[in-house]
Design a protein around this ligand. Structure first.
Ligand code: NDP
Length: 257
């Protein structure tokens, strides 16, 4: 470089300046927009960890909370926060209206509630109705309302956060009444959705996060939220249309239905 004739150096400089100018005048339309992801139940637990990680990775995150005013950690991420109770049709409709004509690339139906009932006699059957409302009808309601926005998105990806407790084949211990049934119903919903939407370029999966240290998973769980999220994001980012209709765990392995 030191021995280069002066004209060559000037020529290279001109090319560099021209390249920088071209890069700076590149029309905005050619720069791909960051994908938009909607995460339900994003104020704590896995939903919050999803929001933190995906916003750090450059996604446009819309995190929902039943009480946005109390969702301090979620708001501190600088993401967009919307009110959503998945059991309330009016609340779901307001979310869809707030999103309006904007595309949504990925929907993560994460909000859920558990059940500690081990024996049927300890279980209040009315609780099953409540659990079904949140874990099964909630994702159905939210997905239906956001479908127009998802159709406009590039990724067309719907991730229903399920549980291996929803596997009929794996259920040898029983218990968790209401919860197991709700996740089995969510799995069947995922399968139907995948079949209906596959011709339209959608990928719909049921994804189990593993046993995770959250309010639901408890302190003895195997994974931290970040470990579970890291693994699930690897799975999500590797998905293609052929995976649609799958029931996967956080490691990306198929779980028997
Ligand atoms: P948490 O209990 O920590 O968080 C649950 C989230 O769901 C909260 O944000 C809660 O909001 C929200 N939520 C509850 N009810 C509603 C509702 N009616 N409308 C909207 N949001 C609601 O649970 P996790 O983070 O551990 O669980 C997330 C998902 O992962 C669930 O679907 C769960 O079934 C699944 N899962 C978790 C496992 C684990 O080991 N943790 C294992 C297998 C599956 P609020 O704060 O207002 O209550």
């Amino acid at each position: 470089m030191l021995n280069m004739p002066r004209r060559s150096v000037a020529g290279i400089a001109a090319i560099v300046i021209a390249c920088v100018a071209v890069a700076q005048t590149k029309p905005a339309a050619e720069t791909p927009a960051a994908p938009t992801v909607v995460i339900t139940g994003a104020n704590r637990g896995l939903g919050l960890a999803f929001a933190r990680r995906l916003s750090a990775d450059g996604y446009r995150v819309i995190g929902t909370a039943r009480r946005p005013d109390a969702a301090d950690e979620l708001r501190s991420l600088g993401v967009r926060v919307e009110q959503l109770d998945v059991t309330d049709a009016a609340s779901v409709r307001r979310l869809a209206e707030a999103i309006g004509d904007a595309p949504v690339d990925i929907l993560i139906n994460n909000a859920g509630i558990g059940s500690r009932a081990r024996a049927l006699e300890d279980f209040d059957v009315d609780d099953a109705e409540r659990i079904m409302q949140v874990n099964y009808l909630g994702p159905m309601r939210v997905t239906q309302a956001l479908l127009p926005a998802l159709r406009k998105g590039d990724r067309k990806l719907i991730v229903n956060i399920t549980s291996t407790y929803g596997s009929i084949e794996r259920n040898t211990r029983g218990g968790a009444y209401g919860y197991r049934e709700s996740k089995a119903a969510l799995n069947m919903f995922t399968r139907s959705l995948a079949a209906e939407l596959k011709p339209h370029g959608f990928t719909c999966i049921a994804l189990s996060p593993g046993w995770v240290k959250t309010d639901m998973g408890g302190p003895n769980a195997r994974l931290t939220p970040d470990e579970s999220i890291d693994a699930m994001i690897k799975v999500i980012e590797s998905l293609s249309a052929e995976h649609s209709g799958s029931f996967l765990n956080h490691a990306g392995d198929a779980v028997p239905w």
